[in-house]
Ligand binder design. Sequence first.
Ligand code: NAG
Ligand code: NAG
Ligand code: NAG
Ligand code: NAG
Ligand code: NAG
Ligand code: NAG
Ligand code: NAG
Ligand code: NAG
Length: 374
Amino acid sequence: MASTLVTVAALAAIVIHLVTASPLMDTLLQVPDLSTYAEVYNLTGGIVEINPLFLKRYNYDEDKRNYTFLAPTNDAWAKIPDAIFDILMTQQAYPLTEALLRTHIIEAGLTASELVKVSESEGAGGISTSLQVSNTTEQYHNGVLTKTVQGYYIDSITSSNDTVQIDDQSAIVTANIVADNGLIHAIDQVIDPFLIYGGGPSNRTMAPTSETTDLTIGELLKSDSRLVNSSKILFENSPDTLRRLSQQTGSTQFFVAPRNEAYDLMPTILPIFHTLVAPYKSPFNTLMWQYGWLDSDGDTFAGLNFSSPITVASDITGLNITVTQEENAIFIMNAGLVTQVRTSNGYLWIVDRWLDPLYQAFGPIDRFGTPEWP
Ligand SMILES: *[C@@H]1O[C@H](CO)[C@@H](O)[C@H](O)[C@H]1NC(C)=O
Ligand SMILES: *[C@@H]1O[C@H](CO)[C@@H](O)[C@H](O)[C@H]1NC(C)=O
Ligand SMILES: *[C@@H]1O[C@H](CO)[C@@H](O)[C@H](O)[C@H]1NC(C)=O
Ligand SMILES: *[C@@H]1O[C@H](CO)[C@@H](O)[C@H](O)[C@H]1NC(C)=O
Ligand SMILES: *[C@@H]1O[C@H](CO)[C@@H](O)[C@H](O)[C@H]1NC(C)=O
Ligand SMILES: *[C@@H]1O[C@H](CO)[C@@H](O)[C@H](O)[C@H]1NC(C)=O
Ligand SMILES: *[C@@H]1O[C@H](CO)[C@@H](O)[C@H](O)[C@H]1NC(C)=O
Ligand SMILES: *[C@@H]1O[C@H](CO)[C@@H](O)[C@H](O)[C@H]1NC(C)=O
């Protein structure tokens, strides 16, 4: 493996000899090509005191743990449309951005070559066995899975030219930048964890069905046997959303809920269902739910004709919801529409995937031809 390390280092394009070892955050600030990443930390409270948690954890010497930062380069951040980037930098979107940033941090100092092989000895370099998973699980898994501090695993493989590729979305362009408390690898695209978390994009080909009910959206959610899992998660995370969806508001609401089977597509290695109902993840989960909610203008979607795509800004997050049609099938972002239910206070869309609010926002999702979904 030593030769792999040398090769990966040799491929590194950015000259980093100006960096003097210091904690991770301070080291980031010294690499010009990572200045946007440092700025993102600043704007989201990482370095300034709005949320000192990131700074305390990743920049203080009293925390004896080592970390690996997967740091998107300035070019990687520049791939994100400005309107989406600006939303990610708002206080409102913080739970989403925080989850995103935490998906780019690993609690152990791992070199690029250690990312693509499972640590052999238990506890080596502070690595617990659960940090990395061997290449034996079939589901959504091409290489070596490494756990991030968000709880999701990222999947790393070595390409034929020895570049380390992550989740088929991103590649390491500069490996092994040394900090006092860990390592930084510059990557060329921000990793979208929410897509894999939801089982990849829908492969639906059938047209959706339509139904009508006298119930409200909220009442339907609570009683429909197709939506048991969604209603359970929603009830735990955001009873207020459920309450509002049960009211006649005088306007046509619109809400998206994954059917039961959507949860079975989530990688089994991740205790996703468990974390979705965990109170400590609630601000993030609630934001994910509210992304698929429009308080009014639900009629926009009534006709089920999307021969031209329709884009509407989601009320709470401001992120766009885009609906497209491919032959008969209708997609809302990554999810396929199974059934439209016209209710007494709006439209409920039953879909086959957990919605990814950042679908394709960072760049192509299957860049290297080895996507993790079937
Ligand atoms: C981030 O904030 C720190 C502390 O205020 C400051 O020293 C640094 O220049 C800022 N960096 C960027 C990239 O905004
Ligand atoms: C939403 O879509 C509109 C129209 O395509 C676009 O002008 C706007 O920048 C988009 N906003 C976001 C946050 O993506
Ligand atoms: C952190 O990394 C340093 C340098 O590789 C090592 O000496 C130290 O033991 C590591 N600390 C932990 C807690 O693993
Ligand atoms: C993972 O398994 C696949 C298929 O069995 C194999 O081609 C690949 O080389 C393995 N990767 C690693 C890192 O062991
Ligand atoms: C290595 O291959 C990947 C495609 O797998 C490509 O994107 C990248 O530019 C190549 N890197 C080098 C240094 O040739
Ligand atoms: C989702 O719902 C189905 C049917 O009620 C159930 O069998 C399955 O275990 C649920 N999935 C999760 C992750 O709870
Ligand atoms: C869908 O809408 C387009 C115009 O946006 C129209 O040309 C087409 O006939 C409609 N298709 C159906 C099946 O109604
Ligand atoms: C979509 O993928 C699932 C899971 O691999 C598979 O069972 C199903 O047959 C596929 N559907 C289509 C229409 O290809």
